[in-house]
Design a protein around this ligand. Sequence first.
Ligand SMILES: [Ca+2]
Ligand SMILES: [Ca+2]
Ligand SMILES: [Ca+2]
Length: 477
Amino acid sequence: MSLSVYDDVIGSEEMNRGDTVEMVEDIYESADAVRGHDPNTEMEDTSTMRILKTQQAGLKREVTYPDVYHYLAETECVYTREAVKARRYRLAAVGLGLLCVLLLTAITVLWIQFNHLTAERDHLQTSYTNLTAERDQLQTSNTNLTAERDQLQTSNPNLTAERDQLQTSYTKLTAQRDQLQTSYTKLTAERDQLQTRTTNLAAERDQLQTSYTKLTAQRDQLQTSYTNLAAERDQLQTSYTKLTAERDQLQTRTTKLTAERDQLQTRTTNLAAERDQLQTRTTNLAAERDQLQTRTTNLAAERDQLQTRTTNLAAERDQLQTRTTKLTAERDQLQAERDDLPRRFSELDKAVRDGWIYFSSSLYYISSEYKIWSESRNDCRKRGSDLVIINSREEQDFINTLRKGQLVWIGLSDGETEGVWKWVDGSELITGFWYPGQPNIKGDEDCVTNDISSDLVNNWNDYPCNRQLFWMCEKRI
Ligand SMILES: [Ca+2]
Ligand SMILES: [Ca+2]
Ligand SMILES: [Ca+2]
């Protein structure tokens, strides 16, 4: 069925191809009229569509049913062609775009070439200008050279004459040069000979100079030697003169000595006789001398004995004088003591009455109360004395008797310097009567007392100074 329809459509197509072509052309024309319009021209499109619809309505009135299918096929074909056409338009648009790009590229290339050509043209213009200027210069030069050439052509005959003269002169000068050359060669040979001779002469001069220097040195040496020899000769001459004079003097003296010798020989003979006499006398004198020597020895012994006695007597005299001096002093002292005896007696009497005890030119006082060492000393000072100073074993014994077994301060301490024991008069202790093992405590025990001990001699002990003890004063009278 469909095939029959298709055949009908083809048949109607063949039948109405002429009308259909006209209708399609109308549609295309309408479509062309529609295409390119804006949506704003919808009114026109609407009218166009109305026309189409009217036409289609007209067709519907004239066309049969198969014609409708044919028309639809045609319409579909028309739309397909529209699409193809649109694609062609797009291709054309793309082609146009590409063409525009190509055109722009070509324009750019042409622009660049144009610029390049313009620059070349400017360059050529400049070159042309320069060449024109050069050409003008060359033309000027050509003109000048032409003028010069004319001048030179004018002066050419003169120059030819001058050249001939110069040629003649040249020939003459050539001949003169040849002569000079010959002379020069000869002179060169002569100069070489002279140079050789000069060299030889210089060498000879150097040798001679060397010889001269040597000879001068030798001459100087010889001169020096001559001067020395002349001086030696003068000295020798002087010596010779002196020696001649001496020789003459010696000859004279020899003559005199010969005469003297003769006289001496005579005198020797006489003297031998006298010597014999003198020998005899000498023998006698020797005997006398021996006797005198013996006597002298005896006298010397006597003199020594006398000297010894004199020395002894002088010593005895000196001893006597010393003893006399001492005795005189003792006498004076005794006289003074005798004169002072009333005063001392009165003082002694008073002291004894005050409790002092006399021993060996000193008075001693022993306290009846206790005090520390420094106050004890102050008490002694108030009494016109000081703490006792023990100077001897006798005094030590006396004090031991006097203190009757009591502990008493004595005037000895090491308060100033530890270990340095000093008496109250400032003298340093030399030997003391320390109890064995004393002094024993450093620092605390600086004052000395007679301790209680079985030993009556060695009984000193160092005690603390602030102990309350008896004390003993001593006053020298
Ligand atoms: Ca004393
Ligand atoms: Ca001490
Ligand atoms: Ca002690």
